[in-house]
Each structure stands twice: as structure tokens, then as C-alpha cells.
Write a protein that binds this ligand. Structure first.
Ligand SMILES: *[C@@H]1O[C@H](CO)[C@@H](O)[C@H](O)[C@H]1NC(C)=O
Ligand SMILES: *[C@@H]1O[C@H](CO)[C@@H](O)[C@H](O)[C@H]1NC(C)=O
Ligand SMILES: *[C@@H]1O[C@H](CO)[C@@H](O)[C@H](O)[C@H]1NC(C)=O
Ligand SMILES: *[C@@H]1O[C@H](CO)[C@@H](O)[C@H](O)[C@H]1NC(C)=O
Length: 435
């Protein structure tokens, strides 16, 4: 038996676990997706390895995703720490032993959102025939709910303790956080106003015809984006569009953040660059980014690696005083969950559907920005600030895969599984930092 303690900020968390059982074979994992999808997948595969009594081989990262990043696991994550931190849970090795490279392998697409029985019975039965199981994909392969408590805790331990970024990335991340802190308490704004996002979602509000056409062409030519015909107006009114930089400005002003609030823009290249940022910048002049906080030379080692650049934004976002995502994508969800785990640091998730209605009225001159709008925005977001609550289950009436899809994902809100103590106490201390 081992007793592993993780002191979480203000929560004392004791994890009780036992050493890994004797290994029955090796689990190879090919992760898929961008950085945050891969992170969640890696943590799930740690749990799967535990369930099926496998030795986990350090996962391979996706090099073919939209981001085309050639980084290896050890370029992005601290490999030795990953192996050592999990020593009491799962045996992890860097490479498949040489004598097994010719052993018979089975390649599996694990069924999405599978529970304990699937892995313990169906998948583990493959050991009777094979010494090596290779997971072809890693995203959403493990159920969010109804897993044994020790498995749920292991997922958190894997994600928030074992899986840290490489020393090089951590050091640069810390430097960015320190430089940002020099401006005072700050907001990290995940501004998902990037070309791929807009092309994929078909959101063209506030763009010129030429820009809208460029995005439509990209969508048309990207084979794995299935939906081609999108009505931008309807998309936006359903709340499916990322807020535009201009809308973010109205939102932040409405929430009451004064114009001298330092803001860190966590994002890749903003679509249209400065033209679309001008309004936000005029409201909030202390608008920073990794490119502004660090020199070209300092950033150079990371520049051509999308995952590593995203990791820098991830670190600053987790450490920020307030985190605000303009869209609820993988990064927003991962950071929100991590911040919850660290003691419910404030994350304000915009209710885009409600906001769009307000923005439209403002745009049409039916409503003026000011106290009334501000009260309304504050009212809508009173309960959307990352404070403690249980993870939401499936939407009622949904069935099959849609039912799983409708659940709040484990890593968005690892509660209550990963916190043993009552969560109501002391929460104020961590969330009271800004407004
Ligand atoms: C894993 O090992 C333990 C201890 O030997 C055993 O009780 C359990 O059934 C094994 N599980 C699987 C899926 O092989
Ligand atoms: C990834 O690792 C392999 C060896 O494991 C190495 O040959 C290769 O150069 C690495 N790739 C990068 C981009 O570092
Ligand atoms: C898009 O939807 C809106 C609202 O439903 C509608 O008024 C408009 O005509 C649609 N546009 C196109 C091009 O179909
Ligand atoms: C938390 O804050 C609320 C309101 O700001 C207050 O009523 C409550 O007593 C505080 N709880 C603790 C444990 O400090």
C-alpha cells in the first residue's frame, strides 16, 4: 500500500492507492488531436493501463493533426517526471522492449466513453492472445462517470501531477507569468479568433465579404470538416460562435473591469490581426501576449511547434487571476478544469447566446452600453465563474453516444471525484482575488 499525498493549494487531498498489479502486457498509445485533446487522452490511457494491468509505453503525440507539430512526448512533457510520479499506480516505460518489437500486436479503436467492464473484460481478454495492445486513438475513450473512485483519482493525479510540461516549457511559462504579474493582477483571455476556428464554425459576424469568402473556401477545401453549408447568422444566434474581439471588449467592460486591467491574450494568430483588435485595444491598452512579453530569441525554440506554443498559453492561463475564454473549445475546457482542481480559481465562461442578443441590440442602437447593460451582463454571469459544483450528468432525453456527448467532461470539472474534503470551505480565499 502506498499513501500518496497531494497538497492542493487549500485542499488537503490524500490519495490512497496500491502498487500496480503484475503487468500482463504492453499498451502503446497513439494520441490524437491538439495539445489539450492529447493531454486528456494521455491521462485516460494511464487509467486504462491500470484497469487492464498493462505496462504503459510513453504515448506518441499526434503529428498529423491540423497543427502539424513534429514534437515528441519529451519535447512537450517532462517524461522522467511522468514515469516517476506514476510509479505507484502504473508502470510506464519509454520504449517497447526490443525483444517485443516483432511480437504480435493488436491495434484497437477503443470504444468511445467506455466504462470499467469494457476494459476489464473485453480489452483485457486480448492478453490471452497478444502481448502488445496498441490504441489507435486516445480521445474520449473513457467514460466520464460511473468509474471506481480510485480510477477517477488516478485520472486527476495523471493530469495535474504527473503530466507536467518539459522543464524548458515550464521555465518559459514561468517567465511569461512573472512578466505579466509585473503589470498587476491580470486576466488571461483565450481569444479563439483564429482562422481555423472561424473557417470551421462558419462565423463571419463583423468580417468583410472578402474575409468571409476566404473562410468559406478554407472550409470547402478541408476534407475532414464535414459541414460545409453554414448560415452565419443562425450559427451566431445559437451561441455557437466565438466572441469577436470587439464583443469581448463590451463583455469585459460590462463585467466592470477597468481599462487599466492587464490582459494576456492566449491565442495563436488572431484572424485579420490588428484590424480586428483595434477596438479591444482601445478599451484595454495593456493587451499582452507571449510575443509581446518575450523577445523573438526567447520564443524561438517554441515558435515552430504549435503544441509547445499552446503549452505556454496554457501555463499562463492556469496561473492567471481570472481566466476568460471567448469560446468553449478544448483549451478553454482543459484550463477551466485545471483551475477548478487547483481550488476554483475564477473562470468566467461567457453565455454567448445571451450575450449575442445584447450585442445585437447595442449594435442596432436599441441599447446603450452603461449601467443597465453592465447589470445585465453581471447578472447572467453570476453563476458562471467556476465556483464549486458537481459535474453535470447527461442531458435528459439523450440516448446512446449523444448521451455521453452531452455530459460535462471529466476534465472540465473533476468534481467531486478528485476532492475528498468538503469543497465549500475556504473557497472564498481563492476566488476573491479580483472582483
Ligand atoms: C489485474 O491484476 C489483479 C491482481 O493480480 C487481478 O486481481 C485483476 O483481475 C487483474 N485485472 C485484469 C483486468 O487483468
Ligand atoms: C523524436 O524522437 C526520436 C527518437 O525517439 C528522434 O529521432 C526524433 O528526432 C525526435 N523528433 C524530434 C522532433 O525531436
Ligand atoms: C440565414 O438565417 C437568417 C435567420 O434565420 C435568415 O434571415 C437568412 O436569410 C439566412 N441567410 C441565408 C443566406 O440563407
Ligand atoms: C464567502 O463569501 C460569502 C460572500 O462573499 C460570505 O457570505 C461567506 O461567509 C464566505 N464564506 C467563508 C467560508 O468565508
Amino acid at each position: 500500500m502506498c499513501l500518496l499525498c497531494t497538497c492542493l493549494f487549500i485542499f488537503n487531498l490524500w490519495f490512497v492507492c496500491s502498487a500496480p498489479d503484475e503487468s500482463r502486457g504492453y499498451l502503446l498509445v497513439h494520441t490524437n488531436g491538439g495539445l489539450n485533446q492529447m493531454r486528456a487522452g494521455i491521462c485516460d490511457m494511464v487509467a486504462v493501463a491500470r484497469i487492464i494491468n498493462a505496462t504503459l509505453v510513453v504515448p506518441e503525440l499526434d503529428k498529423r493533426s491540423f497543427w502539424q507539430d513534429t514534437s515528441n512526448f519529451s519535447d512537450v512533457f517532462d517524461e522522467d517526471h511522468f514515469i516517476n510520479a506514476l510509479a505507484n499506480d502504473v508502470k510506464v516505460i519509454k520504449k517497447l522492449p526490443k525483444d517485443l518489437s516483432s511480437a504480435t500486436k493488436v491495434v484497437m479503436h477503443f470504444r468511445s466513453w467506455s466504462g470499467l467492464e469494457y476494459y476489464r473484460d473485453e480489452i483485457a481478454s486480448l492478453w490471452e492472445e497478444f502481448q502488445v495492445i496498441r490504441a489507435a486513438k486516445s480521445d474520449s475513450r473513457l467514460a466520464n462517470n460511473h468509474l471506481p473512485p480510485d480510477i477517477q483519482k488516478l485520472r486527476c493525479r495523471a493530469c495535474y501531477k504527473a503530466l507536467r510540461f518539459s522543464p524548458k516549457i515550464e521555465a518559459m511559462g514561468k517567465l511569461l507569468v512573472d512578466r505579466m504579474r509585473a503589470y498587476g493582477p491580470f486576466i488571461a483571455l483565450h481569444l479563439r479568433y483564429e482562422k481555423d476556428m472561424l473557417a470551421f464554425s462558419g462565423c463571419t459576424h463583423g468580417l468583410s465579404d472578402v474575409e468571409a469568402e476566404e473562410l468559406r473556401t478554407i472550409r470547402e477545401n478541408t476534407a475532414y470538416w464535414k459541414i460545409k453549408d453554414i448560415n452565419a447568422t443562425e450559427q451566431r444566434s445559437r451561441g455557437y460562435c466565438p466572441l469577436t474581439p470587439t464583443e469581448v471588449g463590451i463583455f469585459l467592460t460590462g463585467l466592470g473591469y477597468p481599462s487599466n486591467t492587464p490582459i494576456y491574450i492566449a491565442a495563436g494568430e488572431i484572424y485579420g490581426g490588428d484590424t480586428h483588435m483595434a477596438d479591444l485595444r482601445s478599451r484595454y491598452p495593456i493587451l499582452m501576449s507571449k510575443e509581446k512579453l518575450a523577445s523573438v530569441e526567447e520564443l524561438e525554440p517554441f515558435t515552430n511547434h504549435a503544441s509547445q506554443m499552446a503549452a505556454l498559453d496554457y501555463i499562463v492561463s492556469v496561473e492567471s487571476d481570472v481566466f476568460i475564454p471567448s469560446y468553449s473549445g478544448n483549451m478553454a475546457r482543459a484550463v477551466e478544469g485545471h483551475r477548478r482542481f487547483l481550488g476554483h480559481r475564477k473562470t468566467i465562461s461567457p453565455d454567448r447566446k445571451a450575450l449575442v442578443r445584447l450585442f445585437d441590440k447595442i449594435e442596432k442602437g436599441l441599447l446603450m452600453e452603461g449601467r443597465k447593460v453592465s447589470n445585465r451582463i453581471s447578472e447572467i454571469h453570476k453563476k458562471l465563474q467556476g465556483s464549486p459544483r458537481r459535474r453535470r450528468g447527461p442531458v435528459s432525453g439523450t440516448k446512446g453516444m449523444d448521451r455521453f456527448r452531452s455530459e460535462e467532461a471529466f476534465y472540465v470539472n473533476p468534481l467531486p471525484d478528485c476532492l475528498c474534503k468538503r469543497v465549500s470551505e475556504n473557497v472564498n480565499a481563492s476566488t476573491a482575488s479580483m472582483r
